[in-house]
Design a protein around this ligand. Sequence first.
Ligand code: STR
Length: 420
Amino acid sequence: MNCPHAAAQAAPAPGPKGESIAIDPMVRDLDGETARLRDAGVLARIDLLGVPAWAVTRHAEARRLLVDQRLVKDINAWELWRSGEVTRDWPLIGMVDAGRSMFTVDGAEHRRLRAKTSQALTPRRLEAIRPDIEKFTEELLDTLAAQGAGGEVVDLKAVFAQPLPMRVVGMLMGVDESQHAMLTQRYKAFFSMLTPQEERLALLAELDVFYAELVRERTARPGDDLTSALILAEEGGDPLTEEEVIGNLKAMVAAGHETTIGLILNAVRALLANPGQLRKVLAGEVGWGAVIEETLRWDTPTTHLLMRFATEDVTVGDEVIRKGEGVVISYRAIGRDVQQHGDDADAFDVTRPAPIRHMTFGHGPHICPGAALSRVEAGVALPALFARFPGLRLAVPDEEIAKLPVMTQNDMAAFPVLLS
Ligand code: STR
């Protein structure tokens, strides 16, 4: 696809010098693109379908910028948006203009928006739902076995890695199972760059209606879910508005369902491509925790996180992010930062000295509130999968596994396997 956002084409490059790297909507060469970003320096000029931005490519600088209050998530701080050069015609607008939620607000208001969600997702609270995650996992493994036990090729994504996170986040947020397929299908279309923009805007509007309806239902009949908790005010507390509840719900369902698919599949793929490492894991010489952390570092579910905006000029090394410019955190490049991870940063190696200090869940106030949940999900799913199917293997050569045409997430179209 090659359809730069027309209005934004005239937009100035974010800085006075340097060429920009066009992020490929078709994701044809993710490793090559990652290396080019890294080679471009600490801050790389990128082009997102005709819209210029800065990409942060290094661990140390990202760590500093993620606590820098001069960078904010409010889209109204973006010059290209204020001037009307970027509009809702831009295919990536849904990643930035996503309504008021903990994802788009900073400071004291952000703490208020986020409090209940982070309380609900602490490692201790998550132990209570581990048995549910184990049950979902076993059920999906049964389905997998039923479909592939006769030597048939099965899609590990469609049958296992995709429905598991959807069920978990659905249970947490109180979304009925009858809606899961609809949500999966809509989010797939939302993220895909092949979806025409009018269709994407229409499906976002449909999702808003769906979430508003869910909030109305839970307001009338509160349940034992996080949506109900978000609606109910703390005693003497300041309740979230309906818009804020919906915004948080959207963010949780979108993030909770999309990213963990990548984590699970990327881990399976890396292990199958490195049988020596898989053997060590299955022999108990290396823990599943190391597999999960190394996968998070080496093959990040989020490639680029859109976007923050400078409220003042911010100097990084010998570059200046000008007031009003957009900043993307390029987690994939950061995971491959040789200063942080050594000269072999491009190699998948579960025997790396622990702890693996990656930053894939972000840093600072917006650090992923679902980090512990995704670790529990992958920590249940991966060992259970290999325990049930120790002979699991890819049904096609690894090079034939196609990436989805998604610019911000790292996800595969399908993952065809043979169970033994
Ligand atoms: C998708 C569209 C929407 O309705 C709400 C959100 C807010 C949270 C975002 C989500 C988005 C896209 C995927 C994100 C998620 C937060 C974490 C997740 C960016 C824009 C990651 O990929 C890390």
